[in-house]
Design a protein around this ligand. Structure first.
Ligand SMILES: C[S@@+](CC[C@H](N)C(=O)[O-])C[C@H]1O[C@@H](n2cnc3c(N)ncnc32)[C@H](O)[C@@H]1O
Length: 209
């Protein structure tokens, strides 16, 4: 078992709290710090979760924002171990597939616009930064395309990015599209990981909710 496979204190804490993955603490911290999921004009959030499996972020959203509508996508199925049938509810839509593909995009756009988009999506890592960073940036670019197409004005975005060449340009693009932009590494990120989250607050644009 590698150090990455071993359940650490964050993973054990997540399981005890009824979440399949430690990543829930990253969204919890981001949401607490930036009020990411609070809609700009009041009312219930409408959230898009890209790269959602095994489902901790989706469960966090459904548990903390009753009345929210949530659409989610992942290549993998969601874990059904902790959701207590929440993933069967009428305010939740999940599609298993590649969110960069046209049919998945169409299904997700059809259910928008959204007041927040979150993406914890990561490529299958090879251990080589020269391979993994561009793949992560390509996914993040696709997430920004969703923000262009279906994030409401004033809406917020959090997208995971592996740090490396090209990441600064992506941050520049966020600065153009959002009134507030931060690069933020939550405490629950593994110490040796080169992931960070780019946060876009208050989208400037024309999509109406
Ligand atoms: C770190 S996990 C997400 C964990 C999730 N936020 C949670 O809290 O349970 C990253 C996910 O991104 C997904 N992913 C990567 N590329 C994708 C793509 N093109 N389309 C859909 N999902 C993708 C992977 O399948 C993986 O499940």
């Amino acid at each position: 078992m590698s150090a990455y496979d071993k359940p650490d204190s964050w993973s054990l804490k997540a399981q005890k709290a009824g979440y399949p993955a430690r990543s829930v603490y990253k969204l919890e911290e981001i949401d607490g710090k930036f009020r990411l999921l609070t809609p700009p004009r009041g009312g219930n959030p409408r959230v898009l979760d890209l790269g959602a499996a095994p489902g901790s972020w989706s469960l966090y959203i459904l548990r903390h924002y009753p009345g929210a509508f949530l659409a989610a996508a992942d290549l993998q199925a969601l874990s059904r171990r902790y959701d207590g049938d929440r993933f069967d509810g009428p305010d939740f839509f999940f599609i298993q597939g590649d969110f960069t593909s046209p049919p998945v995009r169409e299904e997700l756009l059809r259910r928008g616009p959204y007041t927040a988009i979150v993406s914890d999506a990561a490529p299958a890592t090879t251990g080589s930064r020269t391979v993994d960073v561009p793949r992560s940036l390509a996914l993040a670019e696709e997430v920004l395309l969703y923000a262009d197409q279906c994030l409401a004005p004033g809406g917020n975005l959090a997208v995971k990015v592996f740090q490396g060449p090209g990441a600064a340009e992506l941050l520049g693009r966020l600065r153009r599209d959002f009134t507030g932009v931060r690069a933020f590494k939550p405490a629950a990120c593994r110490g040796d990981s080169f992931e960070t989250y780019y946060i876009g607050l208050g989208k400037r644009s024309k999509v109406e909710v």
